[in-house]
Design a protein around this ligand. Structure first.
Ligand code: SF4
Ligand code: SF4
Length: 455
């Protein structure tokens, strides 16, 4: 999963007159986008269009090389130092805390694929909420963090509106007391509960973004998202999107499987008809249902699941991007590549309704990711051990000069544990990266508002 995921703001420090000779960054990728040759750097996320025949960026003139160095395409460190600096970035404690706060794992829908089906569903008690807020405040009082991003996750958080209000009030107080910059608060909801005055109140209390999920068109969504109360979940949810888009930034998460991809054109047509689209007040975030087994080695349900290195994954992303572009709908591509793992950095927490803390944002109920409990305080000792092990594990990736290192960081330990029963070690998805990068860069380049050309 991985929520940190913005790779587009990293800027290397610029040194033109270093002792080392300048050279191409290890993380440059040259991608053909409809006949244009686009250079992409996997660390900075920067893109520039360069002449197709030019194979060496050192052939640019002085001013252009200076700019390329600022953008991270030219570096003056050794290959090993460049790779090591990425590893250090990936494992360094971040001053920005990412908190997945689960007010309720209870839900009024029954989705067959929900990864929380393995946990006992519950709502956080008022006492645990209070302890959670005290724990959070302590982290800021100790000056471990300066910024805070929160995802209010479920289950369905709106099943516990009083807790939700208390949480938002508590967050606002902590922010004010410790002078924390205004960060994002994203509320995930199935949007079937609550009226416009409730959502207005939530936004007033600090919610900046809302995320609602679909599984495809009416037939697919209604077959997968079962409700006791609402017979047509799809149209009921769709009818509430304009209200949500008016109040906050709205992300429509689109879960898809190999089988349901064919329903997406119909779904996008339905979305195109809702009024909020005109103001571009929402974006689609496609996210595949992936089973983390080596493709072809162990049988997967080919209709229901993608394998981790499955070539159909990139093809599906490509189709979705093109369908959205044709309809002028913005796409959030953050699920094309999981962000490098946040579980090692001592700055991301999953907080469950019983007060358990985990280092991985997806690891509900998994003791191997435990960071203690809000009652006894967080314990990071196991995490430092895992971190030094990960640095050792990355040796092969560094020696192999893998150009995907900044996007991958050795893969996801949560997926590794699901696939093999052990979270330690590398989980390599290089084949997938090779097929998905042109899709990612292609869509990002085609839809970029400002493009840089070096001719
Ligand atoms: S183990 Fe790391 S990469 Fe995997 S889901 Fe958890 S935080 Fe994300
Ligand atoms: S795990 Fe594979 S894709 Fe990831 S950095 Fe290492 S070699 Fe590259």
């Amino acid at each position: 999963m991985g929520g940190e995921g913005r790779r587009h703001s990293r800027q290397p420090s610029f040194k033109m007159a270093g002792k080392q000779k300048q050279r191409d960054s290890l993380f440059n990728h040259r991608i053909d986008v409809s006949g244009e040759s686009v250079l992409f750097n996997a660390f900075t996320g920067n893109m520039v269009c360069v002449p197709g025949g030019l194979t060496n960026v050192m052939d640019f003139n002085f001013d252009q090389r200076r700019r390329l160095a600022q953008l991270g395409f030219l570096v003056d460190s050794t290959h090993e130092d460049e790779a090591m600096s990425i590893v250090n970035t990936l494992v360094t404690h971040s001053r920005r805390m990412y908190l997945i706060f689960t007010v309720a794992t209870s839900c009024d829908l029954k989705c067959s694929y929900c990864f929380e089906n393995r946990t006992r569903r519950s709502i956080m008690s008022a006492e645990t909420l209070d302890l959670s807020l005290r724990w959070l405040e302590k982290q800021f009082a100790k000056k471990r963090f300066s910024d805070l991003d929160v995802i209010i996750f479920g289950g369905e958080p709106l099943l516990a509106p009083d807790r939700l209000m208390s949480l938002l009030n508590g967050l606002a107080n902590i922010r004010e007391k410790h002078d924390i910059c205004k960060g994002a608060i994203l509320l995930t909801t199935n949007a079937l509960i609550g009226n416009s005055s409730l959502f207005k109140q939530l936004c007033k209390l600090g919610v900046t973004q809302v995320q609602v999920s679909f599984d495809g068109d009416a037939s697919v969504t209604n077959a997968r998202r079962k409700s006791h109360k609402v017979t047509d979940v799809y149209h009921e949810t769709l009818s509430r999107l304009p209200m949500l888009a008016e109040l906050s930034e709205l992300t429509i998460k689109l879960n898809f499987t190999p089988e349901t991809v064919k329903s997406i054109p119909m779904f996008m047509d339905d979305l195109s008809r809702i009024s909020a689209r005109k103001e571009k007040n929402f974006r689609i975030k496609p996210e595949p249902i992936v089973r983390y087994r080596p493709y072809g080695v162990e049988m997967i349900n080919l209709k229901e699941e993608f394998g981790s290195n499955d070539p159909r994954l990139a093809e599906s992303f490509d189709l979705i991007c093109r369908l959205a572009e044709e309809r002028n709908i913005e796409v959030d591509l953050s699920a094309v590549f999981n962000t490098p793992c946040m579980a090692f950095r001592g700055s991301s927490y999953l907080l469950e309704p019983d007060g358990s803390l985990r280092s991985c944002i997806s690891a509900f109920g998994m003791d191997s990711f435990s960071l203690g409990n809000v009652r006894g305080g967080s314990d990071h000792s196991g995490q430092s051990l895992a971190l030094s092990r990960r640095v050792r594990d990355l040796k092969g990736c560094i020696e192999g000069r893998c150009a995907f290192l900044p996007m991958c960081g050795g893969g996801c330990p949560y997926e590794k544990e699901l696939a093999t029963g052990k979270k330690n070690g590398i989980l390599c998805r290089r084949d997938y990266f090779i097929s998905a990068l042109p899709i990612f860069v292609g869509s990002a380049w085609r839809t970029a508002k400002h493009k840089l050309f070096f001719l």
